[in-house]
Design a protein. Structure first.
Length: 316
């Protein structure tokens, strides 16, 4: 995946197929890039302006080398999201642990190229009926992502479109998303579908469900109202501002890209509490460095690795 056209094509395909599947006729909201693998597991909705949803997660990815070198890193992620009415606040953090720095293809071959990154985001979304079978969705937000000590890469975004509820259990969505930051400007068509999404949520119902959506495409089987097993594939892409003293690209930018395949156990031990345990295989990994003038320096492939995640959702 070192060809830039191939990377861009994969990104467009994944996001275009995925983006608006996160919207269905029950007004299940888009959790954005910071959404964890358990985001589909939601309690029965209360009226939007009465519901507070809190989500926390943590996980890690094991040691992996950069291709062509003996140096590598492992990764730990944590995050928090708070939803109220039409608004969402999200915070996420990544911490890198490096090995064999002297063999890394970037940096000064001594100190760690970077250690910690943070991302903050605020967003707004609105859903509403147009006809008995059609509903609209629209929203926008702004985020900032940066290496510890850096000023932050600010990125506004906006999206909108329509969802059609066809035969029982099926929904299809069409729309457009616009994303901007100093490194990339992107306009994406939004198209997707899901079947039996959320089947059995809050009910003693069993059955299969399929969702082609962002950040996860999944096939799931719900045994009852408490236990669900889910197989998912997700695409993760982040861009961060680097510090002025960063040894890999002073004042530049880092873009990370991963494909994540996972097997997840979703549990609902209480009416408004959800818990997920996941085993993951992280592959198709890339690190791309840009200089302070947003010019691409080089893309580095990263070996695949195993990881895991734990996620909890509380609704009040």
């Amino acid at each position: 995946m070192s060809n830039p056209l191939a990377r861009s094509g994969l990104l467009l395909l994944c996001l275009a197929l995925a983006w608006c599947c996160c919207v269905d006729v029950r007004a299940q909201e888009n959790q954005g890039r910071e959404q964890s693998p358990a985001a589909e597991v939601q309690p029965p909705p209360r009226p939007a302006r009465e519901r507070v949803r809190v989500e926390v997660w943590g996980g890690g990815v094991g040691q992996a080398d950069l291709e062509g070198s003996q140096g590598g890193f492992s990764l730990f992620r944590t995050g928090l999201a708070l939803d109220y009415a039409d608004f969402k606040f999200a915070y996420a953090r990544k911490v890198y642990s490096w090995d064999d720095n002297q063999h890394l293809p970037f940096g000064n071959r001594g100190e760690d190229p970077w250690t910690g990154f943070q991302a903050l985001g605020v967003s707004f979304r609105r859903f509403g009926p147009v006809t008995p079978q059609w509903m609209y969705f629209a929203g926008g937000g702004v985020s900032s992502s940066f290496e510890d000590g850096a000023s932050g890469l600010v990125g506004p975004r906006a999206f909108g479109g329509f969802t059609y509820a066809g035969s029982p259990g099926w929904q299809v969505s069409l729309g457009l998303g616009v994303f901007h930051n100093r490194v990339h400007d992107t306009i994406l068509p939004m198209i997707g579908a899901n079947w039996n999404r959320g089947r059995g949520s809050g009910r003693d119902a069993a059955g299969w469900a399929f969702s082609l959506g962002f950040p996860e495409t999944s096939v799931a089987y719900r045994f009852n109202s408490t236990v669900r097993l889910r197989l998912g594939l997700s695409f993760d892409r982040d861009i961060y501002q680097l510090c002025g003293g960063n040894p890999a690209s002073p004042g530049g930018y880092l873009e990370t890209q991963d494909l994540i395949g996972g097997l997840y156990l979703d549990l609902a031990p209480a009416d408004r509490f959800r818990l997920t345990f996941g085993l993951q295989h992280v592959f198709g990994r890339e690190l791309t460095l840009y200089d302070r003038d947003e010019r691409e320096l080089r893309t580095y492939d990263v070996d695949s690795s195993l990881g895991g995640v734990i996620n909890a959702v509380f609704v009040f």
